[in-house]
Every structure is written in structure tokens, then in C-alpha cells.
Design a protein around this ligand. Structure first.
Ligand code: GLN
Length: 281
């Protein structure tokens, strides 16, 4: 069957459940995964031989999607910064914004050799693994509270042949025994409980709530604590990078300045929403 036609067929069966753009993105993911075909070959309408078992597989994927299971969980993996990462219900599904965060850090730091980088709340490990792969001779340490998230992150490091050290710790409760670092990074939970109502059910049903949510009355708890810890653990001129809830650009900037950070900047994401805050120790 012509691959473009197959894309249209899958899109059509999803259109009641997803926006057109999402349905298309999902259709591409299914074809790429099932037939190991490149996006380019789909776009030029290359022919695909579909066996009965592949047809059944597509049907099964579609029926799981209709039950609101995220495509990333059905396929068990995602692409992040051009690499494959395993995902499961123990970790946050990587978001495009976090790719932008990593891109920003890499652009600001073309050379990280002999530097120490720390990622707090690593989840699937996308941030430290990507940095370890993109920059030579740096040392990368990743921290998470969840042992099941760390197990996934370790598998991802192996899968990508990345050299990353993992530490389990509850940073709100424990002091971290870490060497002085050059860069700290964190994409902590930042969705307020009250925002849950506006989110699609499938977001909070399938992802760990301790990776997503913070209490309404204490929405900056992680930023407060991580800024403090980072200030203690960064070398002079070291940098802290955060991904943030778009509502808190000013507040996180202020909080970082109060801890002693300078040159603190708030930056927008691709949609123009305040999404990143970073500054120098
Ligand atoms: N650092 C991981 C990510 O950005 C996990 C973040 C989290 O669980 N809050 O996807």
C-alpha cells in the first residue's frame, strides 16, 4: 500500500479523538515504528507491504489510542534530540520544550570538556544523556527521587552508550553530597493542582503525578530548593538552567536573584511562552 494513503487512513480513524496535527504526528510515528520507514520515504509515498499481523498491530494500536493511552506508551519509546529513549508510566513523557532547553544549553556551551553537569529530577534521563552524547569529555550526574524512574534512565543511558552517573535522592529533604559543578539543570514538576482541570485526562492518568504536579500553595517549592542547592554546589560563574511554568517567569527570576544569581534571564519557548530561566552564580 502507498505509505501516504496509509497515513491518511490512520489519520481518519483518529480524527474524532485527536486534533488533525496530532493525528498526523501519531500516524507517522506508527509507520516509522512498524515498518522502519523514514519520514522522507513516507512523504514520497513509498509502497509498503502490509502483512496481516501488521494490520492487526495497527488495529491494536488504534484501539489503545482510543482508550486514551499515549502513543509514547504504546510504542514504549520517544525520540528526543534525534535519539531514541524508552518511556513507561514511571517517567514523564519528554516534551518538545525540554528539547529547546537542552538546545539552549548546548548553544551556550559549545565546549564542556572537563566540566561537571548536574541534572535534578532526571526522569527518563533525556537531559543528561543528550548532553553527555553531544559534548565530549564532560562529567554528568543525574538525580531523581524515584528508583523506577532511575531504572528507566539507566536503561536509556545504556541504550545510547552515554556515560552518566545516577543518584537517588529526595532533594527537598536531603542534602546532596556532590562535587562542585559548572552547570545545574532542572525541569522540575511545575503544573499546579488547579491547572489539572484544564489538562487532557490522558496527561495525568498515564504519567507519574510526582513528576507533574506541585501544590497550588507552594508552586515554587522546587525552584526555591534547587536554586539554594545549586548556589551551594556551583563553582563561581557556574550556571543554573530551569524549565518553568509559563506563569512564573518573573517569580523564578526574582527567586534566583534573591539566592545570589546574576544575569538572570527569562526566555520564551517556541510558542512564545516564558519557559526557561537561567543565570550565573
Ligand atoms: N527531566 C525529565 C524531563 O525533562 C523529567 C522531568 C520531570 O519528571 N519533571 O522530561
Amino acid at each position: 500500500m502507498n505509505s501516504k494513503l496509509l497515513i491518511e487512513k490512520i489519520k481518519k480513524s483518529l480524527i474524532e479523538f485527536e486534533t488533525e496535527d496530532e493525528a498526523e504526528a501519531i500516524a507517522f510515528l506508527i509507520l516509522e515504528d512498524l515498518f522502519q520507514i523514514t519520514r522522507m520515504n513516507i512523504l514520497i509515498g513509498k509502497d509498503i507491504d502490509i502483512s496481516t499481523s501488521e494490520e492487526e498491530k495497527i488495529e491494536s494500536i488504534l484501539s489503545q489510542l482510543k482508550k486514551e493511552k499515549p502513543i509514547q506508551h504504546i510504542l514504549g519509546k520517544v525520540e528526543f534530540y534525534g535519539r531514541q529513549f524508552l518511556v513507561n508510566p514511571n517517567v514523564l513523557i519528554p516534551r518538545r520544550e525540554t528539547e529547546e532547553l537542552v538546545h539552549l544549553i548546548l548553544e551556550n556551551h559549545p565546549d564542556l570538556s572537563e566540566q561537571m553537569i548536574v541534572d535534578i529530577g532526571t526522569g527518563s534521563g533525556i537531559i543528561p544523556i543528550t548532553i553527555a552524547k553531544e559534548r565530549k569529555h564532560c562529567e554528568v550526574i543525574a538525580v531523581d527521587i524515584s528508583s523506577s524512574a532511575l531504572a528507566t534512565a539507566k536503561r536509556n543511558a545504556l541504550l545510547n552508550h552515554a556515560n552518566v552517573s545516577f543518584i537517588q535522592a529526595d532533594i527537598l529533604e536531603e542534602d546532596l553530597d556532590l562535587p562542585k559543578a559548572n552547570i545545574w539543570i532542572s525541569n522540575p514538576p511545575y503544573v499546579m493542582e488547579k491547572e489539572k482541570a484544564e489538562m487532557q485526562e490522558k496527561v495525568f492518568e498515564h504519567e507519574p503525578s510526582n513528576a507533574l504536579f506541585v501544590p497550588d500553595h507552594d508552586a515554587l517549592v522546587f525552584y526555591e530548593r534547587i536554586s539554594q542547592l545549586a548556589f551551594e554546589h556551583l563553582v563561581p560563574d557556574g550556571e543554573l538552567y530551569f524549565e518553568i511554568n509559563e506563569q512564573f517567569g518573573k517569580a523564578v527570576k526574582k527567586l534566583m536573584e534573591e539566592k545570589g544569581f546574576r544575569n538572570v534571564k527569562v526566555m520564551g519557548d517556541m510558542q512564545g511562552k516564558d519557559r526557561f530561566v537561567f543565570g550565573k552564580r
